[in-house]
Ligand binder design. Structure first.
Ligand SMILES: [Zn+2]
Length: 356
């Protein structure tokens, strides 16, 4: 019986199973395993089907209750200013990658320890190191990924190196989205960094120089294309198809050495199926979701409703601000702008404070 179990485990190793410690903790600037007990699960279970409600609540709390999330969209939706949220996610799914490059230990320490907001969006150097294959003595590797996980997780990861990858996916999704609309001016600083650094690899850019107009839109599109292509292909290099023969069944799967690589398979599949995860347009939500219809810009009908209220409130606030600037009194403003008296009073108090 024991022998049979052993064989089963080997088969799991060879499919899409992934391993994680039972629990992790935050210590200084690092996430480290709290236990030595290893669990296995299939990340693709949470790609085919949404995360169960309790998982969404466990990671994000009540705030995102009821959101339809997947493993990759939940990673992208993590708030980089919320360490607890990141820890919660890792408690469910394990490390996105390993600190297995031991010779780089000092380098990593220098780069990530006691620092905040480290991310060079235009560089895929650190990405290639995190996502790459285990380089082990070949005899050791074979089918013992669970052993590798317990060995390589011991060191822990710097929070900043994890955040770097959340930010990278945010930039990738942002760039994939605006490609169609060519909305150059609303881009984040990180996305702008990518574009200015990568356009030199676009031949058309070298020909045109800094010229504006239609040509620069073409350069913009080609640069986005180039960046996405290089980044995804780097990630997919670390992935290979596998096949397992289990009793009567033959099962195709993926072999990957980091959860991050699996997340990139999911993203590339979504992009090629035109189901690109999109960031909810409601400023207070920003959850990534898979849009069912092309026109969905909100993750839920609730967010659509809240965004509408938010917009009309912002409009009213601007109106009140203009009146306040023109020297109108609270009473006069209340007579012009109807309703929400207590809110108007609150705004004016704020304006007064800012004014001083
Ligand atoms: Zn939303």
């Amino acid at each position: 019986m024991a022998k049979e179990n052993n064989q089963n485990e080997k088969q799991i190793d060879f499919s899409t199973s992934w391993y994680k410690n039972e629990e992790y903790q935050l210590k200084d600037n690092q996430v480290i395993p709290k236990s030595t007990s290893i669990e296995s699960y299939d990340p693709f279970d949470y790609y085919r089907d949404p995360l169960p409600g309790w998982m969404v609540e466990y990671v994000f709390g009540n705030e995102k209750k009821g959101r339809k999330m997947f493993i990759h969209t939940s990673f992208a939706s993590l708030d980089v200013n919320n360490n607890q949220q990141i820890l919660n996610w890792i408690n469910l799914f394990g490390f996105p990658f390993f600190s297995f490059l031991l010779e780089e230990k000092e380098k990593r320490k220098k780069l990530y320890e006691n620092k905040e907001g480290i991310f060079f969006p235009n560089s895929i150097m650190t990405f290639s190191k995190k996502i790459g294959r285990f380089i082990l003595h070949t005899n050791e590797r074979k089918n013992n990924l669970s052993l590798d996980v317990s060995r390589f997780e011991k060191d822990g990861l710097y929070l900043e190196e994890i955040k770097e990858e959340i930010r990278r996916i945010n930039v990738i999704l942002e760039l994939s989205e605006v490609k169609k609309g060519m909305d150059l001016f609303s881009l984040s600083n990180n996305a702008n960094d990518v574009l200015s650094a990568w356009r030199i690899y676009v031949p058309q850019f070298r020909e045109l120089g800094e010229e504006r107009g239609e040509e620069s839109e073409l350069v913009f599109e080609l640069t986005v294309q180039k960046y996405l292509q290089e980044t995804f292909n780097l990630a997919l290099e670390a992935v290979s198809p596998t096949i397992s023969f289990e009793k009567q069944e033959t099962i195709w799967g993926w072999r990957f050495d980091s959860l991050l690589a699996a997340i990139y398979i999911m993203l590339s599949s979504d992009i090629s199926n035109k189901l690109l995860p999109r960031r909810c347009a409601y400023v207070k939500c920003k959850t990534y979701f898979k849009p069912g219809r092309e026109k969905n810009i909100y993750c839920t009908p609730e967010c659509q409703e809240k965004a509408k209220t938010y917009r009309s409130r912002e409009k009213k606030k601007m109106e009140v601000y203009e009146l306040w600037k023109a020297g109108k009194t609270l009473e006069e403003i209340n007579n012009i702008v109807k309703g929400e008296k207590s809110r108007i009073k609150g705004w004016i108090n704020k304006f007064n404070k800012w004014g001083n």
